[in-house]
Design a protein around this ligand. Structure first.
Ligand code: DQA
Length: 149
């Protein structure tokens, strides 16, 4: 269980098109913008003695580099790889470099949607996955990482 005196750092990665949250298919992804989600997450993090490093990119290589650079510097990773979930061996391999807890988050329940979304390239290297609970998935992921450190 968490000792809150033990400060930790968590990397939060969001993939392509998540910068459009709020405007993007709100019936699927909700009305919160990414800034809304991350500012609430930052508040929660402060209360849990967690420093967040939040990163969003629409480019696979940029995501790979960010995950590489964070090696040894973070005690947990929250990642919503968005469309790259279903295609990216490169992001999966980058995540495999880490031995810290990794929580894969999806706003929507990918298993209820089109068949091409049913398979995740990254879940086999993640500690766990949260899908279908909307923005609160990020918050649950942060609690889980705190509890594992
Ligand atoms: C998503 C689900 C993916 O299939 C999709 O490509 C996204 C968002 C989600 O959060 O529900 O961009 O990762």
């Amino acid at each position: 269980m968490a000792t809150l005196s033990n400060p930790i750092k968590v990397l939060v990665v969001n993939g392509p098109n998540l910068n459009m949250l709020g405007k993007r298919e709100p019936e699927i992804y909700g009305r919160d913008t990414l800034d809304d989600i991350l500012s609430r997450l930052n508040e929660q993090a402060q209360n849990l003695s967690i420093e967040l490093d939040c990163f969003q990119s629409n480019y696979e290589g940029a995501i790979v580099e960010k995950i590489q650079e964070s090696m040894g510097n973070v005690q947990g990773i929250i990642i919503n790889p968005a469309a790259y979930t279903h295609t990216s061996v490169a992001i999966r391999d980058a995540l495999s470099l880490h031995s810290v807890p990794i929580v894969e988050v999806h706003l929507s329940n990918i298993y209820k949607r089109e068949e091409f979304r049913h398979h995740s390239m990254v879940s086999a290297v993640a500690t766990g996955q949260i899908a279908g609970l909307g923005a609160q998935g990020y918050s649950l992921a942060l609690t889980a990482i705190r509890n594992m450190n």
